[in-house]
Design a protein. Sequence first.
Length: 77
Amino acid sequence: MVPALPEESLLKAATGGTTDTPVQLLRSPECLREKLAVQFHFNSWAGMWPGDKVIALWGAQQDLNPNPSWRWRFYDR
């Protein structure tokens, strides 16, 4: 069983909400440290190290303009 933590010691976070409304989360500082450690570990498998320049692309259908300009439609084709 996980011990209860005082709510004021928890960090607020949320899911991206790409499929619906974002879900609010509370995380302990230790949880955040573990998440970053795992992220650095997985990135190292791909040859990425802290300080490397990277680009991250992310998108969701609702982030797109429902009526794009003619230039965007031309580019997209």
